[in-house]
Design a protein around this ligand. Structure first.
Ligand code: ZN
Ligand code: ZN
Length: 126
């Protein structure tokens, strides 16, 4: 089996994520795991995500009526909307629903949606 990028070079490992064979030059180690160079980029994006899915989910369920999880995720504007309408009780219901969505979402999906700086906003209202 040869490297998928360098057909003339024998592979020295297999990417954990996509399963493609990679030569020594193309091997990237992230946290002791072997990835190809293209997968290593997304793997490190997931790893550097500082937002915790569990924390966001619990905040949404427990304090969703105050929009605390929105502030946590960096959606300050939306958080203020929750605060503004917290007396109606509606944000609490939305918070619980969102909390369940966060908790059932895969880590990767969560990181892709909320983990990256500047990704928050209109596209991820729920
Ligand atoms: Zn790969
Ligand atoms: Zn290679």
């Amino acid at each position: 089996m040869n490297c998928y990028l360098h057909p003339e070079v024998p592979a020295s490992g297999v990417c954990m994520r996509c399963g493609r064979a990679v030569c020594r030059d193309c091997t990237r180690e992230v946290d002791g795991k072997v990835y190809c160079s293209s997968c290593a980029v997304s793997a490190s994006v997931v790893q550097t995500s500082t937002k915790s899915k569990l924390a966001a989910g619990l905040l949404a369920i427990l304090l969703g009526g105050l929009g605390i999880h929105r502030f946590y995720l960096g959606h300050i504007g939306l958080g203020l909307v929750y605060l503004l309408f917290c007396w109606t009780g509606i944000p609490s219901i939305i918070g619980i629903v969102e909390g369940i969505i966060y908790l059932t979402m895969s880590d990767e999906e969560f990181a892709r949606r909320y983990g990256q700086p500047g990704s928050g906003g209109s596209a991820s209202v729920i």
